[in-house]
Design a protein around this ligand. Structure first.
Ligand SMILES: [Zn+2]
Length: 123
C-alpha cells in the first residue's frame, strides 16, 4: 500500500467502485480502473469546463484594465490554450463531475445524456 489517502468524489456507474479525481478525465471518455467500463462526465460539465476555460483570459484581461476589442482578442488568442489546460485538469478538483456511460469516439448518433424532446424526422 502506498499509504496515500485520496478523496473519492465519484463512483463508477457500472460497478460502484470509488473513483479518485486523478482517474477522471473531464473532456474525453475514460475506462473505470476497476471494471473497465467506459465512463465520461456529463455533457453540461464538459461544456461548463470548456466555456470557463475559454472565457477566463477575457475576464483576466478585463480585470487587468484592457478595454479595447483588439486587446481582448489578443488576450484570448494568447491565453485560451493555457487557460483551457488549467481548467480541464483542475476544475474537477473544485467541482466534482457527474459521470455517465461513455460512448466510443466514433459514435455518430446523438445518444449522449440530452435526449431530444420530440422526434422530428419526416416519415
Ligand atoms: Zn467500474
Amino acid at each position: 500500500m502506498s499509504g496515500r489517502i485520496e478523496k473519492s468524489v465519484a463512483r463508477c456507474i457500472k460497478c460502484g467502485a470509488p473513483l479518485s479525481q486523478r482517474n477522471i478525465w473531464p473532456i474525453v471518455a475514460f475506462p473505470c480502473p476497476t471494471c473497465g467500463a467506459q465512463l465520461q462526465t456529463a455533457q453540461w460539465y464538459r461544456r461548463v469546463t470548456t466555456a470557463t476555460g475559454l472565457l477566463c483570459p477575457v475576464a483576466l484581461a478585463l480585470a487587468a484594465g484592457v478595454r479595447t476589442w483588439r486587446g481582448l482578442l489578443i488576450a484570448e488568442l494568447v491565453g485560451f490554450l493555457p487557460s483551457l489546460y488549467v481548467f480541464v485538469n483542475f476544475f474537477k478538483f473544485l467541482v466534482p463531475p457527474k459521470l455517465v456511460a461513455g460512448l466510443p469516439k466514433d459514435a455518430s448518433l446523438n445518444l449522449r445524456d440530452e435526449p431530444k424532446s420530440a422526434d422530428s424526422r419526416p416519415r
